[in-house]
Design a protein around this ligand. Structure first.
Ligand code: HEC
Ligand code: HEC
Length: 374
């Protein structure tokens, strides 16, 4: 009995001591508690698009998205503080780069064309060769690439930790000091919120055709028309067949059978293996992620290497310059050959007019995506 009592006494003394230690003002202060404002995804993703599969462990918050936006526009992410993500992904170009190859630190250039950034929440593979599956992991690539931002992660953590606005913003978003993992989560949050949904094409979708001009309607018919042979005359007829790979409300197919990743016949001899360089499979050589055609009027130059300066050149390619001997040419295009679908000048103009309905200037002027430092 006595023994039990002294035991209890010791526990109480220890507890009291421990408690008073916690209040000792000479010890570091406890972190100020933080509270975030969750963003309802329905306020970001339109019903027409459906709800994307968002990462469950990185809910969108006002504070997280804002931190991501700061990081996206901040050249301090690069070794010599000259290049930001936005330096290669400009909002007025739907977050693409008007140069075929982008310039990183020390004047070095990238070996592919910078892709536009929007509706990424609906994408399952990233980069032209589909080598990344998540945006948080993707973000570490440009930061460390010697020809983009050439940064090391320990140094970046230190640098961010030395900047008061980041100490404050990380604390608000994650209740943490600046660190690399939370930095990738913030960038992921910002990238996920970049949505393009206000083009005339999107307003038209799926059947509001009366907002199109006659020429645009002709272009739409070509876009959605199959290329096939007239069973009686054997002549080629119909459309330009773009929808198999650039169909859906996103003007982009993620269907692996048709153009999720495909070879659209640019080269007889492949120099950039694309997806094949990642999988090592000969059947993937020369295949690339199919881009969305939304905002295609703003994202020149075109293709993974920016080889076409204008939409006219792109349309000429599909009309009469497909390389039918290209390895792994997508069956949906191969089926047109060897008789190609030769579009008339009028048809080319109509197709182009239709592609230009996909431009979304509400998106390119959206203040939520602008440089927060200006
Ligand atoms: C020096 C130019 C440059 C910088 C800086 C840069 N990017 Fe890129 N970005 C590119 C290029 C080029 C590609 C295509 C690379 C490839 O496919 O191999 C790309 C592709 C992407 C993609 C893939 C899009 C898709 O549809 O698959 C995302 C996302 C992206 N960048 C985000 C970022 C973020 C975030 C940053 C900053 C941390 C950043 N980029 C910095 C040039 C750049
Ligand atoms: C078999 C699938 C397929 C079909 C059919 C197809 N495309 Fe493509 N398209 C692609 C792929 C894949 C790319 C990227 C190729 C690359 O860069 O190597 C691409 C790229 C493009 C680009 C460049 C976009 C950019 O941001 O660089 C445009 C524009 C385009 N296609 C328009 C069209 C049009 C118009 C049609 C119909 C005449 C069409 N496509 C038919 C698969 C297809």
């Amino acid at each position: 009995m006595k023994k039990g009592f002294s035991g209890l006494f010791i526990i109480i003394v220890v507890a009291v001591l421990f408690n008073s230690c916690r209040k000792d003002p000479s010890l570091p202060e406890e972190k100020t508690p933080y509270s975030v404002t969750y963003i309802n995804p329905r306020s970001i993703f339109p019903e027409k698009y459906g709800m994307p599969a968002l990462p469950a462990d990185n809910p969108l918050t006002e504070e997280g998205v804002y931190l991501g936006r700061m990081l996206f526009y901040d050249p301090v992410l690069s070794i010599d503080s000259t290049v930001s993500c936005a330096g290669c992904h400009a909002q007025q170009n739907a977050f693409s780069d008007p140069k075929p190859y982008s310039t990183g630190v020390f004047g070095l250039t990238t070996n592919r064309n910078a892709q536009p950034l929007f509706n990424l929440a609906y994408s399952r593979v990233f980069f032209w060769d589909g080598r990344q599956k998540t945006l948080r992991e993707l973000a570490l690539e440009p930061i460390q690439a010697h020809n983009e931002m050439a940064m090391t992660l320990p140094y970046l953590r230190k640098r961010l930790a030395s900047i008061p606005r980041y100490r404050d913003a990380f604390n608000k978003a994650f209740g943490s000091e600046p660190d690399v993992f939370n930095m990738t989560l913030a960038l992921e949050q910002f990238l996920l919120t970049i949505v393009s949904k206000d083009s005339r094409f999107t307003q038209m979708w799926p059947g509001n055709f009366n907002i199109l001009t006659q020429e645009e309607k002709t272009g739409l018919q070509l876009f959605n028309g199959l290329v096939d042979e007239d069973p009686v005359t054997g002549a080629l007829r119909g459309g330009a067949d773009c929808f198999h790979c650039h169909g859906s409300v996103f003007a982009q197919a993620n269907n692996p059978n048709f153009g999720g990743i495909a070879n659209n016949g640019l080269d007889a001899v492949i120099t950039d293996k694309g997806f094949g360089g990642i999988t090592g499979k000969s059947t993937d050589i020369g295949t690339f992620k199919t881009p969305s055609l939304l905002n295609v009027g703003l994202t020149a130059p075109y293709m993974h290497d920016g080889r076409f300066a204008t939409l006219d050149e792109v349309i000429d390619h599909y009309s009469d310059q497909i390389k039918f001997s290209s390895p792994n040419l997508n069956p949906q295009i191969k089926v047109h050959g060897p008789k190609q679908r030769l579009l008339t000048t009028q048809e080319k103009a109509a197709l182009k007019a239709f592609l230009l309905t996909m431009t979304d200037t509400v998106f390119t002027n959206n203040p939520a995506y602008k440089n927060p430092f200006k």
